[in-house]
Design a protein. Sequence first.
Length: 123
Amino acid sequence: MTDMLNLPRQDPIYIIVDALDECPNFPGRPSAREEVLEFVEELVCLELPDVHLCVASRPEMDIRMVLELLTPLQISLHDEIGQKEDIIKYINSVVRSDRNMRRWNEEDKQLVVDTLSDKADGM
């Protein structure tokens, strides 16, 4: 794959890796996640000017350890206030519009909103 990226070309190449954290990871055994991380590391080390890479993932420890060393530009949405607010708004709208949940008392509705938004972990 990296040989192909070295070929002369006119247009830039954009590679997007989304949901890397959802790639299986088995500690102590080679995993697909490790292979993807190794590929990303190799790609970054090539310093190809027309190759642009975007990796999206939850900040799990093994992923952070590799990506933090490689990234010239890092944007974390994990703890962004606006993202949390959007999640809460969405859960509220579902709880308040669902026919069955509308019958629940306010305390139970709020418990659902609080629990789901906390467990959403930025997603």
